[in-house]
Structure formats: C-alpha cells, structure tokens
Design a protein around this ligand. Structure first.
Ligand code: SF4
Length: 374
C-alpha cells in the first residue's frame, strides 16, 4: 500500500450552470456555510483513523473559488487533522469570473500552491455558446492576478471540438493560452450527455476526423513549445505535472469528500451520492461507507491497471502485465498488430500508446483487454 494518500474535496456550487456541464453542482450559494461545516466534520472524522501522510489535495467542483477566504480557512483548519508532507501539492480549480488578486493571495497564504483556471477558449462567442460566465478578458485578468498573488504554478483548461469551431479558431485558442505562460495545460474534447441544455441546442459536433485534426494540432503546438505530454489530455513543463491526477492514474489511494466525490481506498472504489442534502445530513462515516463496498477482484485490478496506465505516456511494464493476465500469447499478438498499425509502441519493455492510439484509446484498450482475456 502507498505510504501517502491524496484528498479530493468537491465544492458543489457554481454561479450558474454551464450549458454543457454534467458535473454535480448547484447554483445555491446560500447553502455554502452549511456545506463547509459538514465538510469540516467529514474531514476531521476521516482523519481519526488515517495515519498516512497527505501529499496532494485537490479542490475541484463546481467552483471552489466561490469559497471565501474565511470558509477556506475553516476547511484548512479541519485539514490540519491529517498529517501533511512538506511538499504537499494543493491545487484549486478557479473560474475566471470568480477570482481577484485579494482572494488568490488569501488562498496562497492558507497553503494553496497550484491553480487550475477554466479558460476553455480564447473566443467570447464560443464561451457564450458553452454558457460560461466569463469572457477571454476575464481569463487574462485572472492569470495576471494569479501571478501578482505569487503563484508560479498554474494550469489552463481548454476545450476543443466545439460546435462550428474552425481550425483557425482552435489554433488561436492554443496560441492565446501559451501566451499566458502556464506551467500546465489540460485539453478536453467537448462531449455532450443527453441531459444537458447544449445537447438540444446543437445539431452535431465536429466529425471524428476534424476532432483528430484538432488533437494533432494541440499536440504539435504544445510539444514544440516545450511542454511534455504525460497523459492523453495533459501537458506540462518539466516537473510540473499534476501529482494529484497521477495518483488516480497510478491507482494510489485517495479519499473524496463532498457530494459525487469518488474515493479509491484499500482496494475499494466508492462514489458519494450526487446529493448535497445527503451530504449535509450524513457528512461523517466516509471510511465506513467505503469499507462496505466490495474489494476489487484481482481481474478488476489488472483491468484497471491496463486502462489507467495506458492513459499515461509512460505506459505499462509488459513483463509485469504479462505475469498477471490469462491469455499471454493473444495479448502479445495484439500488441504486435497494434504496434504495426501505429497505435502502440514498445520501448524498454514498456507498452504505450502513440498519438494515433491516444485519439482512439477506448477502442485500443478494449482490444488489448479482450486479447488479454479480461
Ligand atoms: S463552472 Fe464548471 S462545474 Fe460549474 S457549471 Fe460550469 S463547467 Fe460545470
């Protein structure tokens, strides 16, 4: 078992709902103070039995930057029940419409040392279509506030494959993001669940071929600007990868607090109910709820190891995986076929996906799992 553990805190409030979003969040800020009290109780309760050091914390949402400095201070006070590593990475997602230099200074003074800004696009028309509250000028102002507040580590999120998005517009968003000098970039293709308003408003999203082109443009632009790709959607300057997200992909333990938050703990997976009411009425007992879940079987664990490792450019150790799967010959044959097709590569005994493989990773990983007999 890992010596260190991560904590994820889901802050389920937003100023309003974006048209494409199906994360659990509510435009009900009036419930924030009850949520903060419940969250603090949940943290203190979970810390009682957890002796491992916390080395990453992630405030996600929702919009964590809707927390006031005072509310965040209460949460940090409760976090103090855990023991922290000296170099603990503490990330906070912020929405450009919701931060000021003053609030950022307060976050930093409390211990936040990494900021993730939901830029999404450099084009106001695209942001409007997505139902975002901010415009590009807000992103520029937020980045300025982030650096004036003393942060030297911040990430930008961008979205591609938007309705009617042109290659030119995507390249402009990439260039505008780079001009803001982030240390990290996350790129996501827009996908729409049937239950979000944007699904009903747009006829279609760009074809796969167009999306593939957008992905290739992003990889080329970022790699030629000194970024290293370490995961399908994530790029970082040297040493600036998100350690918290790496814990997810390397199957390390993490506890997730708040409605809809996921945990992986002592071989069990658990997701909290998507209900603020449920969280407010039973904030404690997270560890007990997790331990009631069934532990993953060996087959589940190997399946997860394959699909999570193959999201990473570092891939997986072939000899390690071959020792764990039932159909070694068939798996090796499929690896060969996919390598010949340009979707995989094997270097120094490690199997990883190429850029073409990343773009169709679900399909490639499904083929590998089936060949492995999993
Ligand atoms: S700010 Fe983020 S979490 Fe909130 S509604 Fe928009 S996309 Fe969803």
């Amino acid at each position: 078992m890992n010596k260190a553990i991560s904590l994820y805190l889901h802050v389920p409030f937003c100023l309003s709902k974006c048209a494409y979003c199906d994360f659990y969040s509510l435009a009900k800020e009036e419930l924030k103070s009850r949520y903060v009290s419940a969250l603090c109780r949940a943290l203190r309760d979970a810390a009682k039995m957890e002796t491992r050091t916390v080395d990453t914390v992630f405030f996600g949402g929702g919009t964590p930057s809707l927390l006031t400095a005072r509310e965040l201070a209460e949460i940090f006070d409760a976090l103090g029940s855990f023991s922290f590593s000296d170099d603990c990475e503490i990330s906070m997602e912020v929405n450009p419409a919701t931060v000021t230099e003053e609030s950022l200074r307060a976050y930093r003074a409390l211990g936040v040392n990494r900021i993730s800004i939901g830029m999404q696009s450099a084009h106001d028309a695209e942001l409007q279509l997505l139902g975002r509250r901010h415009n590009f000028a807000d992103t520029v102002a937020s980045v300025d506030a982030v650096s004036r507040a003393g942060f030297d580590n911040f990430s930008l999120d961008l979205m591609y494959g938007l309705p009617h998005q042109t290659e030119e517009a995507w390249q402009e968003s990439l260039d505008a993001a780079l001009a803001l000098s982030p240390t990290h970039l996350s790129l996501y293709a827009l996908t729409l669940s049937t239950n979000v308003p944007l699904y009903r408003l747009v006829d279609s999203l760009p074809e796969d071929e167009v999306q593939r082109k957008f992905y290739a443009m992003a990889c080329q632009t970022l790699l030629s600007s000194g970024f290293l790709q370490y995961e399908i959607s994530n790029f970082a300057k040297k040493g600036r990868h998100c350690r918290h997200n790496l814990r997810y992909w390397t199957r390390g333990d993490y506890l997730g607090f708040g409605p809809s938050a996921a945990s992986f703990y002592r071989g069990r997976r658990h997701t909290e109910a998507e209900s603020l009411d449920a969280f407010l009425s039973a904030p404690t007992g997270l560890r007990e709820r997790i331990m009631k879940e069934e532990a993953l079987t060996q087959t589940d664990a190997v399946t997860e190891q394959i699909f999570l490792s193959l999201r990473l450019t570092s891939g997986l150790s072939l000899s390690e995986i071959l020792a764990k799967i039932p159909q070694k010959k068939e798996f090796s044959k499929e690896v060969e076929t996919l390598t010949d097709g340009g979707f995989c590569r094997v270097e120094h005994e490690r199997l990883s996906l190429t850029e073409d493989g990343f773009f169709v990773s679900n399909e490639i990983i499904a083929r590998l799992l089936s060949a492995a007999g999993l």
